[in-house]
Design a protein around this ligand. Structure first.
Ligand code: UD1
Length: 419
């Protein structure tokens, strides 16, 4: 397994292109299962999780063609089974997104239960309860969810907890159900709205996606379309924070500042100069050390949990003390132990980290634990003196396209080597 060697001490300065959003690409690839005509998905990020989704669809007999611009054409007319095996689902929880589409279009689905996951328990009860409310018969046998339905029926569903993928799964299931489905307390993430945009282009009748109340009027079939995935706001935020922690300047292109309002406000609070155009954002710390900023994660439009670890690094080397409170996942502080190895001063109290800014970090061997935690270690390595060796980096490749090339474009020194 490869590892990354980050040599710290440089101030990032430059411009990069932002990829399509992983968290929209995965549900939209699953949504192609709903269509009886080919769908072309554009601006798909080149990531392990996307490859896993393609493999998942391929194992069902779905035909996938990737063109020279990396657009993916998905044709479900060759599908011959409705099975999502454990060996794929265990590497990517988002595989659960095929459940709603398979069940509503083909009347059956066998999807492995995702296991626990490092950042928390992450059950799928909200997905299953919603589908049951729509009339599905769901049994869990030998670690597999076995779901059946003649035709799902529209239902009034109130999500107990705001869940992004459950909202998407139920919205997709509702598109081909009989009658109207209302999803209350729905996730409002822009990726949910992007999935809805694609579904609407396929012929679905959906209103309210991107708000907490989504209404879907079921239709009898969905057809083909061509959909361009929206920019990845978490990748954008990660590179902007990387610029800020190194006291440098980063311009992110092909992104959308409207998706990052809270993140940009936090960067301004940290002392960065932030400028935006229609599809670009530039953050410039002008050589200054960031000021500590308090962080409190919550579902969109609040500060995303997927940016918590990166802001923790900013606070680690900031002037002053701060609190970082995680409210979405119960165990998303694994990066803290690793940051302590680099010389951070962080104390954990329940779901809050008390961070006292230190003037510098020192490079050390560290281990990546989950996707965003891994990114935070790269950021920490960029400010630390000497070399930081990050092992178990497969997590990074699940969510960041060409991270070392992009950082190199910004002047960072990051090398991938066989461990
Ligand atoms: C999605 C994102 C992930 C992000 C997360 C929160 C994708 C592919 N992944 O993950 O990057 O970190 O949203 O913004 O879009 N929960 C339940 N029961 C359920 C489902 C969820 O209790 O059936 C709980 C979870 O344990 C967690 C909370 O709900 O505490 C939110 O999780 P959820 O929004 O479902 O995360 P994902 O959709 O898996």
């Amino acid at each position: 397994m490869d590892k990354l060697i980050v040599t710290g001490g440089c101030r990032l300065d430059g411009e990069i292109r932002i990829s399509g959003a992983k968290n929209a690409a995965l549900p939209i690839m699953a949504a192609t299962l709903l269509a009886d005509e080919p769908i072309t998905v554009c601006n798909v990020p080149h990531l392990h999780d996307v490859t896993t989704t393609m493999e998942l669809l391929g194992r069902m007999g779905v035909s996938l063609v990737v063109d020279e611009f990396l657009n993916i054409e998905v044709d479900t007319s060759t599908i011959n089974n409705f099975y999502a095996p454990y060996e794929l689902v265990k590497t990517m929880r988002a595989s659960i997104l095929v459940l709603g589409p398979l069940l509503t279009r083909f009347g059956e689905a066998h999807v492995s239960m995702p296991g626990g996951c490092a950042i928390g328990q992450r059950p799928v009860d909200i997905h299953l309860d919603g589908l049951k409310a729509m009339g599905a018969d769901i049994q869990v046998e030998n670690g597999y969810i076995i779901a059946r339905a003649d035709r799902l029926k529209g239902a009034h569903i109130v999500l107990e907890t705001i869940s992004v993928t459950a909202t998407e799964n139920l919205m997709m299931a509702a598109t081909l159900a009989d009658g109207e489905t209302v999803i209350e307390n729905a996730a409002q993430e822009p990726e949910v709205a992007d999935v809805a945009k694609c579904l609407i282009a396929m012929g679905a009748k959906i209103t309210g996606a991107g708000t907490s109340r989504i209404v879907v009027e079921g239709v009898s079939r969905l057809g083909g379309t061509r959909h361009r995935i929206l920019p990845d706001r978490i990748e954008t935020g990660t590179y902007l924070v990387a610029g800020a922690v190194t006291g440098g300047r980063v311009k992110a292109r092909d992104t959308d500042p409207k998706l990052l309002e809270v993140v940009l406000q936090k960067l301004r609070d940290a002392g960065a100069k932030v400028e935006c155009g229609e599809d670009w954002i530039e953050v410039d710390m002008e050589g200054r050390r960031p000021q500590a900023v308090n962080i409190h994660t919550a579902p969109y439009p609040a500060l995303p949990t997927d940016m918590q670890a990166q802001f923790m690094v900013l606070n680690t080397i900031a002037e002053g003390s701060s609190t970082v409170t995680e409210t979405v996942f119960e165990n998303r502080f694994m990066h803290v132990q690793e940051l302590l190895r680099l010389g951070a001063n962080i104390t954990l109290e329940g779901n809050t980290a008390l961070v006292k800014g230190v003037e510098s970090l020192q490079g050390a061997p560290v281990m990546a634990t989950d996707l965003r935690a891994s990114a935070s270690l790269v950021l920490a390595g960029l400010v630390a003196t000497g070399e930081t060796h990050i092992s178990r980096i497969y997590h990074i490749d699940r969510g960041y396209e060409c991270i070392e090339e992009k950082l190199e474009l910004l002047g960072g020194n990051v090398k991938r080597v066989p461990a």
